[in-house]
Ligand binder design. Sequence first.
Ligand code: SF4
Ligand code: SF4
Length: 184
Amino acid sequence: MRRSVLAAVVVSLAVAAGCGEARKTEESGVKSEEAAAPAFGRQQSLCIFRETCGDLPALEHNGDLYACDHFVDPAHHLGNIQKTPLVELLESPAQRAFGQAKADTLPGYCLDCEVRFMCNGGCPKDRILRAPDGEAGLNYLCAGYKRFFTYCRPFFEDLAALCRMRDEITAKTNNRGVIQNTGG
Ligand code: SF4
Ligand code: SF4
């Protein structure tokens, strides 16, 4: 009985915390599920916050394929789908290298950042500033990202912990019910 009451309280807290933070983060312009994903052990769905990218090429009307719609230029031309199968272009070394470079080119300032696992330096096209130590490649949105992710991180970590606690209590309650039913 006590466990069911505790489970109900935990679920209520989790839902309340989730609703409040969801509202705050969505008002800030970043979807709450993007900021919450790492705390729940999930990968972000937006390429800009993932560790690597390269899964969203741009296809032109004539069949030309480019690494990304922000990089439609000769240096990022992968080929033409009228000559080469799309999957071959997507899996080409050039496109894999493009996606991996998102992680490999982060400045040391990002590598040392406490919220890197949430931000991952943002989109490479926005990395036009120099870090405080002078190294190139810092995202011009860094100040906002850092402030936002630092603010919401503890809320989502608490929410994830509450959800794990809820799941554990629910599992134990269910198991006890199964044992009682089997025994009776
Ligand atoms: S370059 Fe930016 S927009 Fe393009 S796939 Fe990578 S993160 Fe996404
Ligand atoms: S918040 Fe700033 S320093 Fe931290 S990972 Fe993002 S861009 Fe880099």
